[in-house]
Design a protein around this ligand. Structure first.
Ligand SMILES: Cc1cc2nc3c(=O)[nH]c(=O)nc-3n(C[C@H](O)[C@H](O)[C@H](O)COP(=O)(O)OP(=O)(O)OC[C@H]3O[C@@H](n4cnc5c(N)ncnc54)[C@H](O)[C@@H]3O)c2cc1C
Length: 430
């Protein structure tokens, strides 16, 4: 008799968990899957290509109705879980309760909305799901449409580029000195800004949003900045960050800090309740990219099947999914007395590369315009390769020394050892 497994949330993390579980032992669990969204798992990363018109929603569905039927998963979509009773081992949904033997909380994140006046007006949205994407696509059908995006990070820029591709007049408002300041240094941020401006996107840095103003129809009409500038808009997209969605776990009395606290096996403070995805906190760390969530899914599948496995977070990389803007960033690229930079800048070809080295080890890489060597640099960062003997040619990457004849053996070995992790990373960056 299979045990009853209830999963709250049908995002990408539990989607991958189900793939692993069903591949390993399709009979192990009788699964019930709740999702507040009215659909099952789709590739959320690919909402940006849907927005820009390069893909359709149908292209990015990973688990369709037929998949759930085939694998006997009971779907309770468009139904929010209201509470968990850990003593009775029951989950209470909007349409009724269900008992569990094992429970997985995968409630993901909610977008953070800056609480300035007007943040709750109609026409002010986040960028998180298909509905947000459809609202931006619909704007593109309106003549002379204008949008403001607050937040010049990855999501904000993907939203801006997608709307611009649909003919919307877009302004990005960013509070730091350059866009994508968490992933890029100032020169790379400047090159990206110029490429976006060439597409007609206006970028305002060091800009503080103070108020969102309504029109006579009660919808958003404009954003006001601290310097008095008023930016007229028909839609305002806030893309300023996410916070783990922990309310159900917290109300159930589980240990919660910023996220739902889990151990290396993805178990919460209750032995029958597990968690994974953006809602978790593991060793004080939160997660906002899909690669570690897929690792968590693999570990949790093994845990649920009684096998031993341990989640070990890896170094992450960043890529922007805006066609034509090629950038790559990994590791730590802050300036400091204990580190040095090797910089290559070809202004004509608009190629910029900066490698940061500390104690003969590569600790960070920022690439703009030419990113083919990104994974190779990433491998050296994560392997902790001693790059002293490579210094002269390191910035040129393997393209300069294609057969790696001048690389020390340890670097070659680490490339091979790391090869298994590369497809996962590339997948997360599609
Ligand atoms: C536009 C966009 C682009 C992105 N691009 C990248 C990228 O290029 N690379 C990358 O690595 N990451 C990217 N990300 C982040 C990545 O998509 C997320 O890390 C990942 O999807 C999170 O998966 P998850 O399963 O933890 O949570 P989510 O995908 O947030 O899923 C959680 C689900 O749980 C449901 N839920 C919440 N509470 C309840 C409840 N009480 N009852 C029932 N259901 C509930 C929600 O409705 C939601 O469907 C992007 C995200 C967005 C929005």
């Amino acid at each position: 008799m299979p045990q009853k497994l209830v999963i709250i949330g049908a995002g990408m993390a539990p989607g991958r968990l189900l793939d692993h579980l069903i591949a390993a032992d399709p009979q192990a669990y009788d699964v019930t899957l709740f999702n507040a969204e009215k659909r099952g798992t789709y590739n959320r990363l690919m909402l940006s290509p849907v927005l820009s018109g390069e893909k359709t929603y149908a292209d990015i569905v990973t688990h369709d109705d037929a998949w759930y039927v085939k694998h006997g998963v009971t779907c309770r979509f468009e139904e929010r879980v209201l509470s968990i009773d850990p003593m009775a081992k029951m989950v209470v949904g909007e349409k009724g309760s269900v008992a569990y033997d094992k429970l997985v909380i995968a409630t993901g994140s909610t977008p953070f909305m800056i609480p300035i006046p007007g943040h709750d007006l109609p026409g002010v949205i986040a960028y998180r799901d298909l509905e947000d994407t459809e609202a931006m696509i619909a704007l593109g059908r309106k003549p002379d449409a204008r949008a403001v995006v607050i937040g010049g990070g990855v999501l904000g820029l993907e939203a801006a580029a997608g709307m611009a591709a649909r003919g919307v007049n877009v302004t990005v408002v960013h509070n730091a000195g350059h866009i994508m300041n968490r992933q890029l240094d100032a020169p790379a941020g400047g090159l990206l800004r110029a490429d976006l401006e060439a597409r007609g996107i206006q970028v305002l840095c060091n800009a503080a949003s103070t108020q969102i103003v309504a029109g006579i129809d009660g919808r958003v009409r404009a954003l006001q900045l601290a310097d008095g500038t008023e930016l007229a808009c028909d839609l305002l997209v806030m893309a300023v960050g996410i916070k783990p969605n922990v309310s159900v776990a917290k109300d159930a009395g589980l240990e919660v800090n910023k996220g739902v606290v889990v151990d290396d096996r993805m178990q919460t403070s209750n032995p029958n309740i597990f968690s994974l995805g953006e809602c978790v906190e593991h060793k004080d760390a939160l997660f906002g990219l899909v690669a570690p969530l897929y690792d968590q899914a693999e570990v949790l599948a093994k845990t649920l099947l009684g096998q031993s496995a341990q989640f070990v977070p890896k170094e992450l990389t960043t890529k922007l999914k805006v066609t034509g803007c090629d950038l790559f960033s990994a590791g730590d690229f802050e300036d400091g007395d204990d580190r040095e930079s090797i910089v290559f800048h070809d202004k004509i070809r608009r190629v910029y590369k900066r490698l940061v080295i500390k104690k003969n080890k590569l600790i960070g890489a920022v690439l703009y315009g030419e990113t083919a060597d990104g994974v190779w640099f990433y491998n050296h960062i994560t392997a902790g390769t001693n790059v002293a003997s490579l210094r002269d040619q390191l910035i040129f990457g393997p393209a300069f020394d294609a057969d790696h004849t001048q690389l020390p053996q340890s670097a070659i070995t680490s490339d091979i050892a790391r090869a298994a992790s590369i497809p996962m990373i590339q997948e997360s960056l599609q």
